[in-house]
Structures are given as C-alpha cells and as structure tokens.
Write a protein of this length. Structure first.
Length: 147
C-alpha cells in the first residue's frame, strides 16, 4: 500500500507505541472522528500494512524461554521454496530470514528448555534440503527495538 497519508502514518506510530489505545484516543490524537479512525485501521489491516497485534512479555517472564539463532545452509540445488514450508510447521521457529553470505537462512527459535531446543534443532537438521545447521544460544538480551 503506497498511498499512506500523514494521518495513516500518525495512527501507525500511535499504534506501534501502544496497540491497546482505544479508537476514541486514536481519534483525538489524529484529529479525526472515531468512525474515520476505525475505517482507516480496517483499510490498513486489509492492505496488510498492519499485519497483526501482539503481546510483549516483560523481561522476567520472557526470559523463561531459551532463544537461539540457528544458521541454516541448504543442500546444493535446493532453495528456500523447498525448506521454508516445513519450517513454518515448527511452532518454535519464531522468525525465518533469507540472508546473504555462506548461510542461506537465519532462524530465531524460542523454546521452554534446552532439551526442547535440542529436539527442535534436530528437527530442523533432518529437514530434506538442509545441509548444515549452526546453533547460537542467546545468553542475555541487551535491548530489542522491535514493537
């Protein structure tokens, strides 16, 4: 969606700061009616500009998970189209990026325990089309700017 105007951008910024803001608060903030804000948000959702809403846990709760970055190299002649559909089916794979360099994919994986991480790592490594996996376990998050 390329036709975002200043009001759309203002609403998006307000929602990124606090996605739980009411339509009345958003309307007041943007200088629009409640119904106009509701229509704009619906349009932004339909256009996939707003892909969803989420809950961010405090550091104490979120840290009960074991997080790892897993670098995946594909077998010769294989590409992401062969592998990504399988990875989508593993709920612990939170994010999957295609990357440039010796690694083909970088996965962010979140598990409850190290044992679960080991099981997930083995699932990933046994996926047809994957040549190698390299696992880097996160010890501590210093900051996260993602909303």
């Amino acid at each position: 969606m390329k036709d975002l105007d200043a009001k759309d951008r203002l609403l998006l910024a307000a929602l990124r700061a606090d996605a739980r803001r009411s339509l009345v608060e958003l309307a007041r903030h943007a200088g629009l009616s409640r119904s106009a804000v509701h229509e704009r948000i619906r349009r932004l959702e339909d256009a996939k500009v707003i892909a969803g809403y989420t809950v961010r846990l405090s550091g104490d709760i979120a840290r009960h998970e074991v997080e790892a970055l897993i670098a995946v190299s594909l077998q010769q002649g294989r590409n992401c189209d062969h592998v990504v559909p399988y990875l989508t089916g593993i709920p612990q794979v939170v994010t999957c990026w295609s990357v440039a360099g010796p690694t083909d994919l970088m996965l962010l994986v979140a598990c409850a325990t190290n044992g679960e991480l080991d099981t997930v790592r083995r699932q990933i490594a046994s996926t047809p089309g994957i040549a190698t996996v390299q696992t880097n376990v996160s010890l501590r998050m210093h900051f996260d700017r993602r909303a």
